[in-house]
Write a protein that binds this ligand. Structure first.
Ligand code: UFG
Length: 346
């Protein structure tokens, strides 16, 4: 029997790529999104990517709207939820903590209540490496201390804790917290990707702005870190590899009898690259120059860290396949496609 899955934040950056992978693997996929950080262009993109014989349904709704979510869960006979909805700007979370606690924690509780009342008890949660705060080591395993340093990270850890408590409560819950390092890239079609028209703060969308002429140059935040070339190093993982891990995690939960303990897995590739290496990889992939200026370090930034990804690779029988060049090439394809089809909101 085909398993029906609901993806919250289903037309956002992560949700849309997860949706495509699920549909390709034969799941019956339903998306819910409130357009707070997404556009209908992503939904069109998903529908263009999937084969004509397949379909995906879309609901415009807030996950905090318990009644509406209950209706979708019942009508579509949903068996599992992949929960990607949530606000994700660290800087905004510092300025507007209530918005983050409300939209991330409050709405998640509402979603979990709706699920419980409809007997849906399998959930995969989009968490983040931000739950580790200022890491003590460079290669971070799931056993590392969790001590987030901003409201965004605290909301992620709070939701993880709620899910762990649900699993310990003796009920049927089976959940998995997937801690993303730095998702990057886009679907190879160039039809879906990370939007860059709404004041991005992450490196890849900002590079998209430079490449498409929306920004004059890239500010490189610091060249005096204790790293090979002095610029910050991160563990970038291709968004399609990340999406595939969700499908594997879902299969894992569907087949397991109990919730896995510990219920968290790191999603990264296990090595870091610097900002200058990213710039060079883009320049090679796109045959374009990326003008940049060295600026002072961004407050709150950490020099270098990467995932210890062994637990995810072992438990999910999953290995990331795509390279930094793939991330740059696919981002560039998305940037060109997106720049020619969107209205600039800046
Ligand atoms: N960087 C620049 N210039 C920019 C933007 C970023 O030099 O304009 C640098 C940063 O200093 C850092 C690297 O590029 O060295 C990556 O920065 P991002 O903003 O893309 O990503 P972060 O690692 O800072 O943050 C990301 C997510 C957070 C999450 C965190 C957890 O955006 O939501 O990873 O690992 F919390």
């Amino acid at each position: 029997m085909v398993t029906s899955v609901l993806v919250t934040g289903g037309i956002g950056y992560v949700g849309s790529h997860v949706a495509v992978e699920l549909i390709e693997k034969g799941f019956d996929v339903h998306l819910v999104d409130n357009f707070s950080n997404s556009s209908v262009q992503q939904l069109d993109g998903i529908r263009q990517i999937i084969s004509p014989s397949k379909s995906v349904s879309f609901y415009e709704a807030n996950i905090g709207d318990t009644e509406k979510i209950q209706k979708i869960l019942r009508e579509q006979n949903i068996k599992a939820v992949i929960h990607c909805a949530g606000d994700k700007s660290v800087a905004e979370s510092v300025l507007m903590p209530l918005k983050y606690y409300d939209n991330n924690v409050g709405s998640s509780i509402s979603l979990f209540k709706a699920m419980e009342s409809c007997g849906v008890s399998i959930l995969i949660f989009s968490s983040s490496a931000t739950v580790y705060g200022i890491p003590k080591g460079i290669a971070i395993s799931e056993q590392a201390q969790t001590a987030p340093v901003n409201p965004y990270g605290k909301t992620k850890l709070t939701i993880e804790n709620i899910l762990n408590d649900l699993c310990r409560s003796g009920s049927k819950w089976k959940t998995m917290n997937l801690r993303y390092f730095n998702p990057a890239g886009a679907h190879v079609s160039g039809l879906i990707g990370d939007r860059f028209d709404n004041h991005p703060s992450n490196l890849f969308p900002i590079i998209c702005q430079v490449l498409t002429g929306k920004r004059e140059n890239l500010s490189v935040y610091g060249n005096n870190y204790d790293t090979a070339d002095g610029t910050g190093e991160r563990d970038y993982i291709h968004i399609c590899d990340l999406a595939k891990a969700h499908v594997e995690a879902l299969q894992f939960l569907l087949q397991s009898h109990n919730s896995p303990i510990p219920g968290a897995l790191n999603l990264g590739i296990g090595k870091s690259v610097s900002v200058l290496e990213v710039i060079r990889a883009f320049e090679d992939s796109c045959n374009l120059q990326i003008p940049y200026k060295i600026e002072t370090q961004r407050p709150g930034d950490i020099g270098k860290y990467f995932a210890d990804p062994r637990a995810a690779q072992k438990n999910l029988s999953w290995t990331p396949q795509k390279s930094l060049k793939d991330m740059c090439r696919d981002t560039w394809r998305w940037a060109q496609n997106s720049a020619s089809t969107t209205v600039d909101e800046n």
